[in-house]
Design a protein around this ligand. Structure first.
Ligand SMILES: [Zn+2]
Length: 497
């Protein structure tokens, strides 16, 4: 048809003429494959939001906060329909990783591997996930919703296009070349190798009209057909839904099977086991057949839970991270403690390991006695240790010498017994750690001189300011606090409790 003619018609119905591929309601239309063009707007948006200059203005904590907001504002609808191509995911991850580590004074050293950053906080990550993991979790949600939104238009379109069973709770894995690339990518895990999403799907029996008796995962065994081949061979009916094999009478399922011959006595045990298993699967059946996802306590698939599971590989949950991300100290200090516990801060030894040392020595800037490792600065250093001890002595508490900062943090949390002071006490840990680091930086970069007394005084002043920020009810002045921190803290927090 001539283009001019189309234009004339369009004018008559007051429409504009456009060409495929295009976008409709913000979603791409008419792309014949998962092309880069489709994703360019998303990459551009990422680049714009995580522009280098913003990173330069923000502290490490600020960058974490901005990344978290970018992550929570991902184009969710877009990503729940289209699989992000590997190259695009790599670009997006790279933009995020460079933003996190980029503008430090020490050049773009990625102190923690991106895959370790992209984990739940309890697993030592920063609480967001790699793009492809998040994408898969959203695509799976569509498969999950297939079973719960059977009246919806999109499900009816999918069912009629691919000739699927409109009663089924899960779509059949796609076959053939006619399946669109979009649907193929969405339903891929159903046909693919074992995975955290599909492995945890169970069918919960209701009226038995939607669950395929021999094949669906109704019981504690994956498929009755594969688990009981002898019974399958004996029973005449080889296909059909659960309701075709029995019915519910007064809340209990009564089964009726026709077998092709009488059972041999030795087959009876297998048969009994088969009945026991299906009765167990049918116990406390509801009114409707539904899907259940075993990884969630409420049985409903959760994208967050899947991301946590997928990203946890190779890590273990550790309670220490709850103490790190307690929300008490400024975000940049929490982020700093996270790096300290992972042993990834730019001490002279760590810089030397990465070939980024600009000085001739790796000796500790504060005591100049030993190599400046992470553990040295915060635990083993004579000066650093005296600061911790001085604070603890003020409270008349004895502290056992720790092996690592992680151990010190654990010990710290078990002292003192006074519950009303718990948060204040935790905050003091962050404050000492941060002040030791800032003073150390003062020595390294500005040739300042620090002894334990000077570090201690700076720490008290900072702690006073932090407390003012954290607990606005405080009536005392910073000066009063610095002069007598223990007394003021006891007065302030006893009355709050
Ligand atoms: Zn030292």
């Amino acid at each position: 048809m001539g283009y001019c003619l189309v234009e004339v018609w369009a004018q008559q119905v007051q429409c504009i003429v456009d060409k495929f591929p295009t976008t409709y309601l913000g979603l791409p239309l008419g792309f014949s494959r998962n092309s880069i063009e489709l994703w360019n707007p998303v990459i551009e948006k990422f680049r714009k939001r995580l522009d280098g200059w913003k990173g330069k203005l923000l502290s490490f904590g600020g960058r974490i906060t901005l990344l978290r907001s970018v992550f929570s504002n991902l184009p969710v609808y877009f990503m729940s329909l289209f699989q992000v191509p590997a190259g695009v995911a790599e670009s997006l991850n790279k933009i995020m990783a460079n933003f996190l580590w980029g503008p430090e004074a020490f050049g773009p050293i990625h102190w923690v591997k991106w895959e370790n950053v992209c984990r739940a906080k309890v697993n030592g990550g920063l609480g967001w996930f790699e793009i492809s993991t998040r994408n898969r979790s959203l695509l799976n949600n569509r498969v999950w919703r297939y079973g719960s939104e059977d009246g919806s238009l999109w499900r009816r379109v999918v069912d009629s296009k691919y000739d699927l069973d409109s009663m089924s709770l899960l779509p059949q894995p796609p076959e053939g070349r006619k399946t669109s690339w979009i649907w193929k990518n969405i339903s891929k895990p159903l046909a693919g190798p074992s995975n955290n999403f599909v492995n945890a799907i169970r069918f919960k029996l209701g009226d038995g009209r939607r669950i395929i008796f021999w094949e669906d995962f109704l019981t504690e065994v994956p498929s009755l057909k594969l688990s009981f081949p002898r019974v399958f061979g004996l029973v005449l009916k080889k296909s059909g839904k659960v309701c075709e094999f029995g019915s519910k009478v007064e809340g209990k399922w009564i089964w009726s099977f026709k077998v092709r011959r009488a059972l041999f006595s030795w087959e009876q045990a297998v048969w009994d086991e088969f009945i026991r298993i299906i009765n167990k699967g049918a116990a406390d059946s509801g009114t409707m057949d539904v899907l259940k996802w075993e990884h969630a306590s409420n049985g409903v698939y959760s994208t967050k839970k899947l991301c946590e599971l997928e990203s946890a590989l190779g890590s273990t949950e550790d309670k220490i991270w709850k103490l790190v991300w307690s929300g008490l100290a400024p975000p940049k200090v929490e982020g700093f403690l996270w790096k300290v516990i992972l042993g990834r801060i730019p001490t002279l030894v760590e810089l030397d390991k990465r070939g980024a040392l600009h000085s001739s020595s790796t000796r500790c800037a504060l005591c100049s006695r030993d190599e400046e490792t992470v553990n040295h600065i915060f635990c083993l250093c004579e000066i650093g240790w005296k600061v911790w001890s001085k604070w603890v002595n003020e409270w008349r508490i004895r502290l056992v010498f720790p092996n690592s900062i992680k151990q010190l943090l654990q010990m710290w949390d078990s002292l003192p017994a006074n519950r009303a002071l718990k948060e204040f006490w935790r905050l003091s840990f962050f404050c000492i750690l941060w002040t030791i680091w800032l003073c150390r930086n003062g020595v390294v970069f500005n040739n300042l001189v620090y002894n334990e007394q000077k570090i201690f005084e700076e720490m008290l002043l900072r702690l006073g300011f932090w407390c003012k920020g954290e607990w606005h009810t405080s009536t005392c002045s910073i000066n009063e606090f610095v002069r007598n921190p223990v007394l003021i803290a006891l007065e302030e927090f006893r009355c709050i409790d």
